[in-house]
Ligand binder design. Sequence first.
Ligand code: AMP
Ligand code: ZN
Length: 471
Amino acid sequence: MDIKFFNTLGREKQAFKPIQPGKAGLYTCGPTVYDYQHIGNFRTFLFEDILKRVLLYNGYEVTHIMNITDVGHLVSDGDTGEDKMEKGSARTGMTVWEISEFYTKFFMDDAKLLNILPPARYTKATEYIQEQIDLIKCLDDKGYAYVTGDGVYFDTSKLTDYGKLARLDIEGLEEGTRIEFSGEKKNKTDFALWKFSPKDTKRQMEWDSPWGKGFPGWHAECSAMSKKFLGDTFDIHCGGIDHIPVHHTNEIAQSEACNGKPFVHYWLHGAFLEEESGKMSKSQGEFLRLQLLIYKGYSPMDYRYLCLGTHYRKRLLFSWELLDQSKAVLGRLKQNIIKFKDLSDSSDLSDSSDLKAKYQNDFTESVNDDLNMPQALAVLWGVVRDENLNSKTKLELIFDFDRVLGLGLDKTEEEKPIDAPAEIMELVNQRLAAKKAKDFKLADELRAKVKDMGYDIVDKKDGTEVKSIRN
Ligand code: AMP
Ligand code: ZN
């Protein structure tokens, strides 16, 4: 069965045709490690994980590369403002090298908790400086680069199709509206390939280059590292939608100008997770991390289930109520799995192989249709509810689908409620009353208090359970 993806390049659903039969080269832009990743970032990493799992489910051998941006990403996404890493260093009092290690570790820990399959290789921008210099040399030799007082820039007027991914209206770009225009640039859309270190201060990260001491522009790393590990042309490249107009547009310009070949065949972009107050952003100070969700008593799988419920190209508005619902529905799914496990020994219905094949087909059709996960979940619930399927077949189907869903359903075990001390139960009941009165702030405070005393409150459809954290 064909897999269809909505390709940002072309703005239409297209059947996936790999460069090499049975293989898929996948590059996903990774985190900028100047701070923790928020659950919005993880929405994008989860969509990319689903994409990879769908390819694997269809029998592809996937080579997945993810970069770790530890240099060159400036605050503006363009070529102005401070380096995010240097800013993070000033904020925390750690060196840029220390914060890189620190936040990379937290990113990988959270990714693991969310059951995100690791890439074949994580590539750190600072470990491939020579490859980035080679790319810039290639562009310089071919006449695409020019030097200004603060760096080496790419001359976008030399490409007839610059901006094709974002469908940028180059003529109509007004100065200062979309991309900041520094006086020395030849064109508004030109971007830095290499930035010089300031003359008066020493940067923590800087390297010698044929043009002077400095550091690579943000886009250079992805062009250089994807070339090294996936070749001049590869199958699929992903990121969040914010990457379309600047980062991915400029990766295409650099790679295609240097290599003289198409860069990527399929571009997939995930829509944002947003909060009532607007875009989820780290610059706002306090932001939503997976660890905060865990602290409040949710499991990483509750968040994964929440993300599966909305198509990756639709914006998703986060709310605690939505997370509560996801938690409850996932809990119900697990209760059903436990029930099917109990029943699966007694063959309640004999043969349901045709029906099984139909469900398998419906599921594959859904996930292969541009990763339609809401539809795939509907197929899953169809299986759970179908009285013509026996429990053993239901379990086989559910565990098979979970190769894509990634909810760890095969590890479902009955959680044994415990008898908590009376003072804990008193707080649990006060919290239930607060929830009923819609005083969620008080309810959260009471849950936190219970947690500090070593117990976790688990909300269930038919009440509340208390678990000991220390067991
Ligand atoms: P960054 O660490 O800023 O480089 O971002 C890592 C990934 O998260 C990129 O693919 C971004 O496009 C994506 N991203 C950033 N903010 C959000 C958001 N609110 N929702 C979904 N994805 C996001
Ligand atoms: Zn990138």
